[in-house]
Design a protein around this ligand. Structure first.
Ligand SMILES: [Zn+2]
Length: 477
């Protein structure tokens, strides 16, 4: 079965076929950088990072572009409140974005273009739309002539008539008298010359509207037609609809072949959507201050991207439990690999067969529109098999290595880096365990107990197995 993705444009699963074999152009709408990102924002970032990682695992080269909206009324407001420039606000929260998502092991984009760096391209793009009759000037603003783009509404399944009907019942806003039609939207907004965040244009001083930046940046960095355009489900209308209208009127070509939208994060009993405007958000930064980043990464990447993701204590605890199971099996693998007697046996053909079956099953699950839940079931079945193997007194180094590399490779797709290098703390623990084992051999049980109690006081529990002494942290039990 080939890779299939659910395309919002057709409301169906389609066989994925990139424009250029083995290459994928991928555009993801990024954050408006006026605050730290919350878990709802992080969900979008992580969901599409996981999809990108899977596409790369499948052998595609992914050109991944994701913008930072650094020109926006909310940024200008934050700048005024803090008494700094809008650029300072943007720089601060872009640095925070990299820091926070870096902890979640999100791969850096190929490029994160910013509006401020692309103003000449934006002006050129708008001028072209004006020249082609798709946009018009009004009091220094430029508006898109929505009714001229006949396909308007094709992504969100709305018709121009329906939209006009909906708009007619609404109260007139203060810009409505500048527009030819209530469903026209701004490409460029005139501002007073005194406003710091503005640029000269053929239509006077102003700044771009929001939607235009994504059309310009996607086209500039990926071409007139791109393979995958992604973003949160709340962006489907009007943002993505407007992007299509602008881009296709500009180039005369289809803008994006596959539109992927991620579901919301919900919070609380009522399962409300987490959002800044509703004020019920949890900042990623605050969660990371008290939670293992890999637990957060697991939570955000283990739910299918289109489904709502419920954020609560139970979900976090479930994620924690799974991460502990994964860390535990890797620790046991490393332990058996470190033992000298692991070298003697040949690789086990049955293990090899089980590993290739796991990879086949995993790929089949993920090829079906990135069904991460089914993919993780395969991973945990594999963990069970590895645990059974690790119970044996004789194991082969070849089989251990093969199991470890398959497991690590699959976990990497979820951004889960759980095979941590032995840290100094872990070296210290191991040194104490070695000392205790020596004490037991010497029948110095007082010292052996002292070490066990010393470790226990630090939350480290020892387990004397036939394969030697192993340890766990008590909060992982
Ligand atoms: Zn966008």
């Amino acid at each position: 079965m080939p890779l299939q993705v659910y395309n919002t444009l057709s409301r169906s699963k389609e066989v994925f076929k990139p424009l250029v074999p083995n290459h994928i152009s991928f555009y993801l709408c990024g954050p408006t950088v006026y605050n730290y990102i919350h878990i709802g924002n992080a969900r979008s970032t992580v969901a599409f990072d996981t999809i990108r990682r899977y596409l790369e695992y499948r052998g595609y080269t992914v050109n991944f572009i994701s913008n930072f909206t650094d020109v926006d009324d909310k940024i200008i407001k934050a700048a005024k409140e803090e008494g700094v420039s809008a650029e300072d606000i943007a720089n601060k929260y872009i640095a925070a974005f990299y820091e926070d998502t870096g902890k979640l092991n999100v791969k850096p984009a190929t490029k994160n273009p910013r509006v401020m760096e692309n103003i000449p391209d934006i002006i050129e793009f708008i001028s072209d739309l004006v020249d082609k009759g798709f946009a018009y000037e009004s009091s220094g603003d430029i508006y898109f002539r929505t009714e001229k783009f006949e396909d308007y509404g094709k992504l969100s399944n709305k018709s121009i008539d329906e939209l006009l009907h909906g708009a007619s019942g609404r109260l007139e806003d203060d810009l409505s008298e500048r527009k030819e039609s209530p469903i026209d939207f701004a490409l460029w907004k005139a501002v007073k010359a005194a406003d710091e965040v503005s640029w000269d244009s053929p239509w006077g001083r102003g700044r771009p509207g929001w939607h235009i930046e994504c059309s310009v940046m996607a086209t500039k960095y990926l071409g007139n037609t791109i393979d995958i355009h992604a973003g949160g489900q709340d962006l489907e209308f009007p943002h993505h609809e407007n992007e299509i209208a602008q881009s296709e009127s500009h180039s005369g070509h289809p803008f994006a072949h596959y539109w992927l939208h991620n579901g919301f994060v919900t919070i609380g009993e009522a399962e409300d959507k987490m959002s800044k405007s509703l004020g019920n958000f949890v900042l990623l930064r605050d969660l990371l201050a008290e939670t293992d980043p890999m637990v957060v990464r697991y939570l955000l990447s283990s739910v299918h991207y289109r489904r709502p993701l419920r954020y609560d204590e139970t979900a976090l605890n479930d994620a924690k439990h799974q991460v502990v199971r994964l860390r535990e099996v890797l620790r046991k693998l490393n332990y058996r690999l470190s033992q000298d007697n692991a070298n003697h046996l040949e690789g086990d053909a049955a293990i090899q067969a089980a590993l290739s079956q796991a990879v086949t099953d995993f790929t089949q699950a993920m090829d079906d529109d990135f069904q991460v839940g089914n993919g993780l079931s395969v991973v945990f079945d594999l963990v069970k098999q590895i645990n059974i193997y690790l119970e044996q007194s004789d194991v082969s180094q070849t089989s251990l290595l093969a199991m470890k590399s398959t497991l690590v490779e699959l976990l990497e797709i979820f951004g889960l880096d759980l095979d941590a290098e032995e840290t100094t703390v872990e070296d210290d623990i191991q040194a104490l365990i070695d000392e205790r084992n020596q004490a037991r051999k010497d029948k110095n049980f007082a010292r052996a107990d002292e070490i066990r109690n010393h470790l226990k006081a630090q939350g480290i529990i020892l387990d004397d197995t036939p394969q030697g002494t192993q340890w766990k942290r008590v909060d992982e039990l």
